[in-house]
Design a protein around this ligand. Structure first.
Ligand SMILES: C[S@@+](CC[C@H](N)C(=O)[O-])C[C@H]1O[C@@H](n2cnc3c(N)ncnc32)[C@H](O)[C@@H]1O
Length: 241
């Protein structure tokens, strides 16, 4: 039965994927985001005042919401800017949890500074829900990195962390080459602590003294059309303080 086998495939996907994540995981990438990436983007995008960020394996939302909270913290500098964070994942189950933005006491105690918990979450019984204005900054899509993702358009920043470690070398190279088509020439790629492009592809180069940060090399593969096929991107205007 087609429906039955589809549901078995979905169950196998859910069982096989490791969804381990936590707020501000590894800390340093978020410091780079705040101290290096965003100051440069604020300068480079001052004309168009918009920024697109992709969390390519967003899991249950801690990573995209950590980025959203970082952006909230700089809302003064981003007043009048349009900010888009797209969180994608293979697993529909983790995306549902991410959309709900509801976390256990244990989950909010992992990596999230207490000041941010108080500022950006509401307690509901034994759980905590991230505030609607932060949730509204993140849009969710199911997406398999092994498939074509050119329909997402191009991004200024791509976080693709702790997912490539599960793939073989050829698959990693294929993903890096396709990521290179989706990133602006002056954009940033952020990988996990155990991941690198070095020795695999020259489509990206590491930034010295900024562990985990990469920039696209020129010449890159021809840019894919910046078209979002299935839904209009949600652009969230950042309010000033
Ligand atoms: C270990 S989590 C990493 C989450 C987050 N990026 C972090 O670093 O905390 C890996 C995520 O990759 C997702 N994943 C696994 N294979 C994938 C694929 N082929 N395409 C997209 N996502 C995938 C899993 O569902 C899981 O949520």
């Amino acid at each position: 039965m087609k429906g039955g086998s589809t549901s078995i495939v979905a169950q196998v996907v859910e069982a096989m994927t490791t969804n381990e994540t936590f707020f501000f995981r590894d800390k340093i990438p978020f410091e780079h985001f705040r101290d290096s990436i965003m100051p440069e983007m604020l300068r480079a995008r001052a004309g168009r005042k918009s920024i697109r960020i992709w969390c390519a394996a967003g899991s249950t939302g801690q990573e995209p919401y950590s980025l959203a909270m970082c952006l909230k913290e700089m809302s003064g500098a981003l007043a009048g800017w349009r900010v888009e964070i797209i969180a994608t994942d293979l697993s529909q189950e983790v995306l549902e949890k991410s959309k709900a933005g509801i976390y256990s006491q244990f989950e909010v105690q992992r990596g999230l500074p207490i000041q941010m918990l108080v500022k950006y979450f509401k307690q509901a019984g034994e759980t905590w829900q991230i505030n609607p204005d932060v949730r509204a900054m993140v849009q969710h899509r199911q997406l398999n990195l092994l498939h074509d993702f050119s329909q997402l358009g191009t991004f200024d920043v791509i976080f693709c962390r702790n997912v490539l470690i599960y793939f073989d070398q050829d698959t990693k190279v294929s993903i890096f080459n396709r990521l290179a088509r989706q990133i602006e020439p002056d954009g940033f790629l952020v990988l996990g602590a155990a991941e690198t492009v070095v020795g695999l592809t020259d489509t990206f180069r590491p930034i010295s003294d900024r562990r985990g940060l990469y920039r696209p090399n020129d010449p890159r593969p021809a840019a894919a059309k910046p078209v979002v096929a299935d839904a209009a991107p949600r652009l969230v205007a950042m309010a000033g303080r």
